[in-house]
Structure formats: C-alpha cells, structure tokens
Ligand binder design. Structure first.
Ligand SMILES: *Cc1c(COP(=O)(O)O)cnc(C)c1O
Length: 390
C-alpha cells in the first residue's frame, strides 16, 4: 500500500502494531549522494538492512557491488542484483561458505586477518580449480578511533602482522589488498585518517603490489538532537568524504582502486516506523516496539531518534501546551526489563495513550536485528512518498 505521508497512513490504518514506512525516493537520493561523493567503487553493506525492498532500491540506484558476510547475504544480494560483484569481507568464514561463494556466486574478493584464514581460502580455491591469481585477499587492519560502535576489539591484524600477511598473500600468488572498517556512526574523519596512516606504513614495509584499498563503512546518518547530550552536528557523506579522500591522497593511495562499504549512511533515512502509545504513565510512554524489535540500534549507540507525534483525533488531551516539546522515557513492548530506550523521545507534552509516533531514520540495523521475543515481530510495510520530518 502507498500513502502520501505517515500521518495519513496512521489515521487510515489506525495500527496497533508497528508499521514500517519505506521511502524509495529517499533511498535513491541517499545512495546517489554517496556515489557522487565517493570516486571509487561503492559496495553496500548488506547486513545494515537486507530487506528485498531495500536491496532492490540500492541496486536500482546503480550500486553494483555488495559487502556480504554469509551465504544468505550472497543469495539476497544476488537476487536483488544478478550481475553485481559480491565482496566477502567477513574476516572469519566457514569453509562451506567460501566454497559456495567461489563456486556459485563468483566471489573473488575476500577479507583476511590471519594466516590460517588465508590457507583456508586457498585450499578451497585449489579444490574448486580456481587459480590463486584470480583472488584478491584484503588484509584487514585493526584500527583505533572514535566511533559510536567500535569493532577493532574483534577483527583486524596489528601493523606488523598485516605486513607479514600481505607478503604471504603475494607469495602464494593471490592479489593483495588492504581494508579496514573503523566502526559505525563515525562522526569525524580522524578515525579514517589514523587508519590510512597505518595502511601507508604497512604498504611501505610490505613492498608488494597492492590491488586495491577498501576503506570500509562507518559514515554517519543524521538522527535527532538531544539538547542535553549531542554536541556535534552530524556531517553528511558529502561533508565527511572530502576530508577522508584528502587523507587517502596524503597516504599515497590515489594510484590504486578504492572501495567503500557504506551501510547506515545510505539506508537510515529510507525507513521510519509508526508505533503506538499503548499507555502513558506520567513521563513514561509504553510503546509497541522496542530494543528487541526495530529500535535496538538506538539503544546500543545511544542515539536520539527523530520523532513526530501523530495525535489520535477527537480525544481529550492531557493538560499542557501542544507546542511545548519535552522528553519522555520510552518503555519497549516486551516484558524484558532491559527493554527501555537509552534516550528519550522529545514530544509535545500533550501526548496520550492511543496516539501514534512516527520514529524516523531507522533504516539501519532495525529489520536485521528484529527478534520475535514475546511473540512480537513487526513485519508490516507501506510505501510513503513524503520525506520524514520531525
Ligand atoms: C557493518 C560493516 C559495514 C557497514 O557499516 P556502516 O556503519 O553501516 O556504514 C561495512 N563494512 C564492514 C566490514 C562491516 O562490518
């Protein structure tokens, strides 16, 4: 079903369960904005939102490469974009998925951060009759920096180890690449600049030809602003990428192909969710969604989500000024006591039981992290034309 905007949809459907509002034009515009700002190859990170509506929109916007991490992601990406290149950038892979990737999906680009992973991949390639020279193995660097979500505690080789890995990959006859992923919702370019300096040092020490540099994901999306917490305005990809590209240049990488793996920056704004206030208790709102459904990313990242009240018509309002915006504590739908959002929703003080709230910019890490805990699994989608506005 299609609606001009979320308000019209909420008042027509009067939904008691969450309803996702998909905005194809927003998705196309944000994908296009990234591609315009980034001169290399854009590989959309499928885990950010693997829903066919989203993958179809990403492919429709001309993105022809996908960062994938499992057989199911290979399948979904291939279904949305039959001719796209798949980059298997999970540093630790089951042999059976490597085999399927090589044989069924034509995957030739993979990440590694340990010699045994290199051996595992080359063994599978040999068994499939694929020459090592057809493969590009990207050595993943450990990075440090300020991201809202930090990932280097889990993956990545330290600089000295990365030098050895590059030399090993080259010696075994595969193409060598370098990659890093500095985290997610990275608000300043310094994390990338630091990683690029490390990459430069590694390249100079390794002394092997590099086939490509993959600078990963992490580009931020705009959310709401909490007057108490959020000091920085969030840069758009168009604002952040020029500084990163300058750092790429300075580190001497403008001579080889570049790849980026954006997720959040492309899809965040393409989806909102209409939730309902099941009960208001003072300054607390109990809603029909929460951290076990669409909103866990905001909980982990302590993000203030932008919201719009859709008031139930013809009802008496609690006393107050509808123009006064105040913080409400948001209690999630499940019986779990951790299911309380880490940041409030800022709403008119007259909000009441039965009202709807449109929660904007939830396209990243929402659908992919939904659970059916307590039997509550939102899965209703509509298409909405107007952009979200808080
Ligand atoms: C999750 C992930 C991405 C996407 O990150 P965003 O912050 O959504 O841009 C890209 N690359 C790798 C390796 C990832 O793990």
């Amino acid at each position: 079903m299609s609606y001009p905007d979320a308000q019209t949809a909420a008042l027509a459907l009067r939904p008691d369960e969450p309803v996702y509002c998909f905005r194809p034009d927003q998705l196309a515009a944000d994908a296009e904005a990234f591609r315009t700002a980034f001169p290399g190859r854009t590989a959309y990170a499928v885990k950010t939102n693997p829903h066919p509506l989203i993958l179809g929109g990403v492919a429709g916007a001309g993105i022809d490469a996908f960062d994938v991490a499992s057989r199911e992601e290979f399948r979904l990406a291939r279904e949305a974009a039959p001719r796209a290149d798949l980059f298997y950038m999970h540093p630790v892979k089951p042999a059976s998925s490597i085999r399927a990737g090589l044989a069924e999906y034509g995957i030739r680009h993979m990440a590694v951060d340990h010699e045994n992973e290199v051996a595992k991949i080359l063994r599978e390639a040999r068994a499939a009759g694929i020459d090592a020279s057809e493969l590009t193995l990207f050595v993943r660097l450990a990075t440090k920096g300020h991201a809202v979500y930090e990932l280097s505690r889990k993956f990545g080789a330290a600089p000295g180890h990365a030098v050895e890995l590059l030399q090993r990959v080259a010696r075994l006859g595969a193409q060598a690449g370098l990659c890093f992923h500095v985290g997610s919702q990275v608000l300043q370019p310094d994390a990338y600049e630091q990683a690029l300096k490390t990459a430069q040092w590694i390249r100079s020490r390794a002394g092997v030809p590099l086939a490509a540099l993959d600078i990963g994901g992490g580009y931020p999306a705009r959310y709401g602003r909490d007057p108490k917490h959020d000091a920085f305005p969030v840069p758009s990809p168009g604002e952040l990428l020029p500084s990163i590209l300058r750092a790429v240049d300075l580190a001497g990488f403008s001579d080889i192909p570049l790849i980026a793996e954006p997720g959040r920056a492309i899809v965040a704004r393409s989806l909102s969710v209409i939730v309902r206030v099941l009960l208001r208790k003072g300054q607390r709102l109990y809603i029909n969604d929460g951290i076990w459904a669409s909103l866990s990313d905001s909980w982990t990242g302590k993000l203030t989500l932008p919201v719009q009240l859709i008031a139930e018509p013809d009802r008496l309002r609690p006393k107050g000024d509808p123009d006064r915006i105040v913080p409400f504590r948001i209690m999630g739908a499940t019986c779990d006591s951790v299911d309380i959002l880490s940041r409030p929703f800022w709403l008119p003080e007259t909000v009441k039981t039965g009202d709807w709230i449109e929660v904007g910019h939830i396209g990243a890490y929402s659908l992919s992290l939904r659970t059916d805990f307590n039997g509550l699994y939102p899965d209703t989608f509509i298409t909405v034309a107007a952009p979200f506005s808080a």
